[in-house]
Design a protein around this ligand. Structure first.
Ligand code: SF4
Length: 305
């Protein structure tokens, strides 16, 4: 099918099935373009829970679709490509987290939203890259096991010095690849550019940045900052939203390119098939949903500073 016909069919099916299409900022442009909502993972899941629809099609990776199911248990949640996973999330398992928690004794498990649903069921609090510092700062517990991203965890530890933060040895392969050499080269080539990076990036990259924040945080920093050029340290799918919101500004990804292959698995054909055949449905039992919801609700009760 031609691309335009495919897009029309997707929109027709979406209407017929009373579905909503969510796209993470790292999805391919065609998917971001046709989505009802673009955003960060948890923000998308929460937005979709407020929409009156029967089906949520989550164009992202598995943990994101699982989170959408946890917050919208009565809706059918679909992930268009069954094996779109997240290597970072897969670096922490429920059993390994429980074992580490036992070794450490009295700790609160704070899980980044980038965890599989079974890890959320044994977590005390959930957090996002946008609120991780605030969550760890505000909770009553003084000792924290931060799962699974060691770079984000280290960033939190640097900001919340009054707490003991134990790190998990996980990392996002996409952000871990950013090198200081590549960043310094970009700075030499674009000396007036501001540097905005995601906290999943290594410390040397974060320490050289003008701004550290979530994907949404980077997008609003670029919008608000009075500069013409930006060196960006996150997955290049963000360029779609950056160019849309700040068309006159110029962007350079550290190292020239940064791609999460899992985020790029969903093509328009997959989205079409997902809507048509209603696959691949996320199925979670009630107990898992209830237990995974608790750390998310506890996170939402923490006041923002
Ligand atoms: S960019 Fe990193 S954290 Fe995000 S889905 Fe890909 S591997 Fe996972």
């Amino acid at each position: 099918m031609e691309k335009s016909a495919l897009k029309e069919e997707i929109l027709r099916l979406k209407k017929e099935k009373n579905a909503v299409i969510l796209a993470h900022y790292y999805q391919i442009d065609d998917i971001q373009e046709i989505a009802d909502i673009r955003g960060d993972s948890l923000a998308l899941a929460i937005e979709a829970s407020k929409i009156d629809c029967d089906i949520i099609v989550f164009c992202g990776v598995r943990f994101m679709a699982e989170t959408a199911k946890v917050v919208s248990p009565n809706k059918k949640v679909l992930l268009p490509v069954e094996n779109a996973g997240c290597p970072l999330a897969d670096m922490a398992t429920k059993d390994a987290v429980l074992k580490r928690k036992e070794e450490l004794g009295d700790v609160a498990v704070v899980s980044y939203v980038n965890t599989n649903v079974d890890v959320k069921t044994v977590s005390d609090y959930c957090c996002t890259s946008a609120n991780a510092v605030n969550v760890v700062r505000q909770i009553k517990e003084k000792r924290v096991l931060f799962v699974p991203d060691r770079n984000l965890g280290e960033y939190v530890r640097e900001q919340v010095k009054e707490k003991e933060v134990y790190l998990w040895d996980g990392f996002c392969p996409t952000h871990e690849e950013f090198s200081l050499d590549a960043l310094m080269r970009a700075k030499r080539e674009h000396p007036s550019a501001k540097v905005a990076v995601h906290p999943e990036s290594p410390k040397a990259i974060r320490d050289t940045a003008d701004f550290i924040g979530s994907t949404s945080g980077i997008i609003s920093y670029v919008e608000k900052t009075d500069a013409d050029e930006f060196i960006i340290g996150t997955e290049e799918g963000i360029l779609f939203e950056l160019k849309k919101r700040s068309p006159a500004k110029r962007f350079y990804i550290i190292g020239g390119s940064s791609v999460c292959s899992n985020m790029k698995k969903i093509a328009l054909e997959d989205l079409y098939n997902s809507l048509k055949l209603e696959n691949y449905e996320i199925i979670l039992d009630d107990e898992t949903i209830q237990k995974a919801k608790e750390p998310i609700q506890k996170m939402m009760q923490i006041k923002r500073n």
